[in-house]
Design a protein around this ligand. Structure first.
Ligand SMILES: CC(C)(COP(=O)(O)OP(=O)(O)OC[C@H]1O[C@@H](n2cnc3c(N)ncnc32)[C@H](O)[C@@H]1OP(=O)(O)O)[C@@H](O)C(=O)NCCC(=O)NCCS
Length: 181
């Protein structure tokens, strides 16, 4: 029986459900990357102390237990590289979110992580449709969705406020077909 807590994808990738003990390492990464992440994500300015990250982890774990979301720490060669999540899970559909520390970018880490996460939940039949929404000017995120076979669905105008500007979102969708066992 899959408990969806940890996925090891050799040789380098590991996805593990966030633990409270991950809070200091995740907080430090967010603090180091705050300015860069804040260009495309709304929440980094709200994370000011390790207690903020801990509160998020507790909230995320409670949501996971209720089947509402699933937030994973992405490790690459045992170092914490970033976060990959199903921000929402509704019936068999999940909305994907992600971020990586700068030193792990541009090496295909997130493409592999998203592919592994979709296969994990898709091949076991738990989920069958995935959504990615990203700012229209966020090239790496748009490229990632396109490269993984997501189809552009629509553009949501003024979908999110980041700092003092409104950002339009491209919304992509992928219907997952189970691989043969
Ligand atoms: C979006 C984000 C997670 C993408 O992560 P990533 O790991 O760099 O993305 P990918 O796995 O798709 O790889 C990126 C590049 O590496 C290349 N790549 C893929 N596999 C590779 C490999 N094995 N070796 C080297 N490079 C590789 C890809 O071709 C891609 O380049 P391209 O866009 O020119 O085609 C990252 O840029 C990020 O954290 N951005 C800031 C936060 C953010 O914007 N989050 C999303 C909000 S919607």
């Amino acid at each position: 029986m899959t408990d969806y807590r940890e996925l090891i994808s050799p040789p380098s990738l590991k996805l593990s459900l966030q633990l409270e003990s991950d809070a200091p390492a995740i907080f430090n990464l967010v603090r180091e990357e705050r300015e860069r992440l804040g260009r495309h994500l709304s929440w980094p300015p709200l994370i000011n102390e390790v207690g903020d990250t801990l509160a998020n982890i507790r909230h995320n774990r409670a949501d996971f237990a209720e089947g509402r979301s699933a937030v994973y720490v992405v490790r690459w060669d045992d170092a914490i590289a970033g976060i990959l999540s199903f921000n929402t899970i509704n019936d068999k559909q999940a909305e994907i979110g992600y971020w990586l520390a700068a030193r792990f970018e541009g090496r295909g880490v997130m493409s592999r992580a998203v592919t592994a996460l979709m296969a994990w939940y898709g091949d076991t039949g738990k989920l069958d449709q995935f959504i990615i929404r990203c700012g229209v000017a966020n090239r790496p995120s748009n490229r990632l969705a396109q490269r993984l076979g997501f189809v552009f669905d629509y553009c949501q105008v003024r979908a999110e406020k980041i700092g003092d500007r409104y950002v339009d979102h491209n919304v992509y969708c992928r219907q997952y077909k189970k691989r043969q066992a």
